[in-house]
Design a protein around this ligand. Structure first.
Ligand code: NAD
Length: 497
């Protein structure tokens, strides 16, 4: 990010795309309906966006199907798909300021996070799958001499991607990268809170050489456009990221329609365990602080349950509080701001309601607890930390999805594991210990899709991400993600002598 960029000026001159993108063209919703994209830092409308519904989803799926069957992308050589995806990734980087601004304006994250993290990591994801796809080989089965059997991976067909608002570009690219690399056509429904960057991405994909109809975007609400995709009989797979509640709906939609494949990346309540033999309390305190307050706490794997060994709890919590005090929310367009706005008024109210619930349950607020920057007209909540939390409390069990940390204590590894695993979720988990046996035994015992040892939220595109239990199933990132977007075909050829 250039230090001299004047983000407010760029934002004032930004062009907003607001129509649905089908078959390589921008179109209004067939109903003519629109909805307001609101800037949560000001409470003001940015632009009216097309509100897609069943008819628009039908048109997008028909376009995706036609493109898939034409073979213009699905049967293109992997080495050619690679070049196009690399070009798409380059275009994303060239338009990095614009993508970052669209996300920051619509969902409130800081411009420095959007520009320095989300844009480059998303562009890398697209390039990585492009680069991987011409290096994957199919299989020949050990049949014996009288037959040849091949096991080949084929694209599934039309993939519907339904994504949330917390990382609008990244969640989109985690789906797009492997789905497009494998040869599928995609219909994307971005979250209604953050629909803007996806419409730019669709144009960049077309410019990069992805054929018309291969990547369509239907903006609109979950109950209308999202539901229509879930129930559509010509959608072959749904890849979903969002809440556990809506994830369950997609299982139902598939059952009621055509048994489409469903993969779900859902909510979390990740335990962040600090053992008394933690190798570096300062480092762990920094990780625990950013583990909950990064992206205003609107992170599926946020370390929202800090589980600290009793003997070091006070000392450790003091350090977390000291660092958290430096993270006051500011204008998301100011590159110096450490925290931005909460995505919407209703999400802010939900966070404040949970803070109230925590107080009533008997937990003690030791930092924050309030809405701030009310004069801005936007939705800001200060970093909030609870002490004295029991695992049975709602603030320890329910996903708040905001800047609120619950601190719990334990004695010994067994109790830590018990507390950590007593949740319906199983997305991420972390443990800090100097003892390799403790760390490994904890890692084995933690019911989570990702475990971090002596760090938090580390990783890159090479490793899978996803959950167990009600955090969902299926994995984003890494070569394993390609499994969600391909089917195996066996071809058994009998040999005549
Ligand atoms: P959400 O479930 O409300 O919405 C996600 C998407 O589903 C949106 O596009 C929305 O329009 C759509 N949707 C909503 N209701 C629908 C319905 N009835 N039918 C069909 N589609 C519908 O989630 P959110 O509030 O946008 O995002 C926050 C949630 O996402 C949190 O629970 C968070 O943990 C989860 N999340 C998970 C991951 C992960 O990788 N596991 C990553 C980011 C966010």
């Amino acid at each position: 990010m250039s230090a001299s960029t004047n983000w407010r000026e760029l934002a004032a001159n930004l062009k907003f795309r607001s129509q649905i993108f089908i078959d390589g063209r921008r179109v209004d919703a067939k109903s003519g309906q629109t909805f307001a994209a609101i800037n949560p830092a000001t409470g003001k409308t940015i632009v009216e966006v097309a509100a897609g519904d069943v008819a628009d989803v039908d048109a997008a799926v028909a376009s995706a199907r036609k493109a898939f069957e034409s073979g213009s992308w699905s049967r293109r050589a992997p080495s050619e798909r690679k070049k196009v995806l690399q070009r798409f990734s380059e275009l994303m980087l060239q338009h990095g300021d614009e993508i970052a601004l669209l996300d920051t304006l619509s969902m409130g994250k800081t411009i420095s996070d959007s520009r320095n993290i989300e844009v480059p990591v998303s562009a890398n994801c697209i390039a990585w799958y492009g680069e991987a796809i011409d290096k994957l080989y199919d299989e020949v089965a050990p049949t014996g001499g009288d037959a040849l059997a091949t096991i080949t991976r084929e694209p599934i067909g039309v993939v519907a991607a339904v994504v949330p608002w917390n990382f609008p570009t990244l969640m989109t690219c985690w789906k797009l990268g492997p789905a497009l690399a494998a040869g599928n056509s995609v219909v994307l429904k971005p979250a209604e809170q953050s629909p803007l960057s996806a419409l730019l991405l669709a144009e960049l994909a077309l410019e990069a050489g992805i054929p018309e109809g291969v990547f369509n975007v239907v903006t609109g609400f979950g109950e209308t456009a999202g539901r229509a995709l879930g129930l559509h009989r010509d959608v072959d797979a749904v890849t979903f990221t969002g809440s556990t509640e809506v994830g369950k709906l997609f299982l139902g939609y598939a059952a009621q329609s055509n048994m489409k494949r469903v993969s779900l990346e859902c909510g979390g309540k990740s335990p962040h365990i600090v053992m008394a033999d933690c190798p570096d309390l300062d480092e762990a305190a920094t990780a625990a602080t950013f583990g909950i307050f990064f992206n205003q706490g609107e992170v599926c794997n946020a370390g929202s349950r800090l589980i600290v060994e009793k003997s070091i709890k006070d000392e450790f919590l003091d350090r977390v509080i000291a660092i958290s005090k430096t993270l006051q929310p500011g204008d998301p367009l100011d590159p110096q701001s450490k925290l931005g706005a909460i995505v919407s008024k209703s999400q802010m109210e939900r966070v404040l309601e949970y803070i109230d619930i925590g107080r009533k349950e008997g937990a003690k607020v030791v930092l924050g607890g309030n809405q701030v920057r009310t004069e801005s007209g936007g939705y800001f909540v200060e970093p909030t930390i609870f002490d004295g939390v029991h695992n049975s409390m709602r603030i320890a069990q329910e996903e708040i999805f905001g800047p609120a940390l619950a601190t719990l204590t334990f004695n010994g590894a067994d109790e830590a594991l018990k507390i950590a695993n007593e949740t319906i979720y199983g997305l991420g988990a972390a443990v800090w210990s100097s003892n390799i046996d403790t760390a490994l035994n904890m890692s084995r015992g933690l019911k989570a899709g990702v475990v971090w040892v002596n760090c938090f939220d580390e990783g890159n595109i090479t490793v899978p991400f996803g959950g167990v239990k009600q955090s969902g199933f299926g994995r984003d990132k890494s070569l394993h993600a390609i499994e969600k977007y391909t089917d195996l075909k066996t071809t058994w050829i009998k040999l005549r002598k």
